[in-house]
Design a binder for this molecule. Structure first.
Ligand code: PA5
Length: 439
């Protein structure tokens, strides 16, 4: 079987003894992670056990079967942040940016409360329902009380109720924590409910019903996805540091952060992985952007997670990256084997326009650009690491996401913050509710 690769030895500008020093901080945490593997959902690390949960898989597949028996043409996923970013990341990685083309069931994601955007989707659902087609609304909110999610859900529910006044409840699936306000309403309204284990946080929830229900509904092979995640978990809980990429990556990011590299750029050389970058950005920002240490002391720690797209952003921000302040650690991500292999014709008259590309494949050209970029970074002493995902399949995307989630748990430990809470996000939610109450 092919395997993910991770290169850092000659690129990250850290010597063996410095890496040894950081790595010595991790064994206890790796042990705790291993202990959590056998304690179900009863620890902060609960999410690492989701891919092993056969009951969850069965429950999700059963719900999908039940709702698919209504022959819907459209799935609308209503949720924000950790409640939709992982699903979008997987879907785009596997189907590309045009994930709806040629699909029997189309999917629309409703996140923020942008009235025109929500209206576009409301009109699509209205049209589908008016022509006799069925739609499924999957409302996802861990807390069950996020303003954007509930507001958007109400708008779409109203349309559904107008068109299916007697059986609208059959077309709704609510994914939320047990006993949340949304859970209560769902029970009263007789919506189907999928629950999220209490200690699985939003940004770590892609392998819970949050991600698995919509992905399975869209015919993504979720068994392969969680199989990949299980292998990612095994790789990332190894005690042997030299092959534990999640631990090494966390150690390198932490070391460079301590040396003043306060920006962590994820530079993706694959258009389909852009949303995977957005998912990682949230994972990092909410996990290690903290005002307090684990002991409660004031600290204000965190990396600014940025996303760059190769090779597009070489024509946008590379000048700054190579010439500006040396305060950025870069993670390059590429795909080893793509599904297609477009080869250029051999036009001799183009040889003088761009030499040495005639008859070569786009993959060879892209690889040359990536290697050229890495050389330029090395030359200008900009530290980086290189991940290569074998292919954009459910297995390897699942593997990569699990490695990155565990990397983030190690990073939280190394930076001495709690990577599982998000108190400041809750602050804005509370303030918004108060403003709305007074308006
Ligand atoms: O990762 C997180 O915890 C947050 O980004 C949440 O996912 C986001 O705020 C949405 O919250 P909820 O799922 O409770 O509606």
């Amino acid at each position: 079987m092919k395997s993910i690769t991770f290169d850092y030895k000659n690129t990250c500008q850290i010597n063996g003894s410095e890496l040894d020093k950081v790595q010595k901080e991790l064994p206890k945490e790796i042990e705790r992670m291993n202990a959590a593997r056998t304690s179900g959902y009863d620890s902060d690390y609960a999410s690492i056990n989701l891919p092993f949960d056969e009951e969850l898989l069965k429950a999700v597949c059963a719900r999908v079967k039940e709702k698919k028996s209504l022959s819907p043409t459209t799935l609308v996923v209503i949720g924000i942040g950790g409640s939709n970013l992982g699903t979008i990341a997987v879907l785009e990685a596997l189907r590309g940016k045009f994930y709806n083309s040629d699909q029997e069931v189309k999917v629309y994601f409703v996140g923020t409360t942008d009235t025109d955007h929500v209206n576009d989707i409301a009109q699509i659902t209205e049209r589908e329902l008016a022509t006799g087609n069925n739609i499924i609304l999957n409302v996802i909110s861990k807390s069950g009380g996020t303003t954007e999610t509930i507001a958007n859900f109400e708008v779409l529910l109203e349309i559904l109720k107008n068109h299916r006044p007697y059986n609208y409840h059959q077309f709704v699936v609510a994914t939320t924590d047990e006993n949340s306000a949304l859970w209560d309403i769902a029970r009263k309204e007789e919506f189907a409910v999928l629950t999220i284990p209490a200690r699985v946080g939003g940004r770590y929830s892609v392998f819970s019903a949050v991600g698995l229900f919509p992905l399975c509904f869209l015919d993504i092979d979720i068994k392969k996805l969680v199989e990949g995640a299980r292998s990612g978990c095994a790789l990332s809980t190894q005690k042997n540091f030299t092959t534990n990429y999640a631990a090494i990556s966390a150690a390198l990011i932490a070391h460079h952060y301590r040396m003043g590299m306060i920006i962590h750029d994820t530079f993706l050389f694959s258009v389909a992985l852009e949303s995977l970058g957005a998912w990682y950005r949230q994972l990092s920002a909410e996990s290690v952007g903290k005002a307090q240490t684990r002991e409660g002391n004031k600290i204000n720690v965190g990396l600014l997670p940025t996303i760059s797209m190769g090779s597009t952003d070489l024509h946008s921000v590379a000048q700054l990256y190579l010439a500006g302040p040396n305060n950025r650690f870069t993670t390059f991500i590429s795909v080893a084997h793509n599904a297609s292999d477009l080869v250029l014709p051999t036009y001799s008259e183009f040889e003088s326009v761009v030499p040495a590309i005639q008859g070569k494949s786009l993959q060879i050209i892209m690889n040359a650009i990536l290697q050229g970029t890495e050389k330029a970074y090395a030359h200008d002493k900009r530290p980086f690491v290189v991940w290569e995902i074998s292919e954009k399949s459910a297995y390897y995307i699942g593997q990569f996401m699990q490695i990155k989630m565990i990397e983030m748990m190690y990073l939280g430990f190394l930076l001495n913050v709690n990577p599982f809470d998000q108190p400041e996000v809750e602050k804005y939610k509370r303030e918004t509710r108060e403003i709305l109450r007074l308006s």
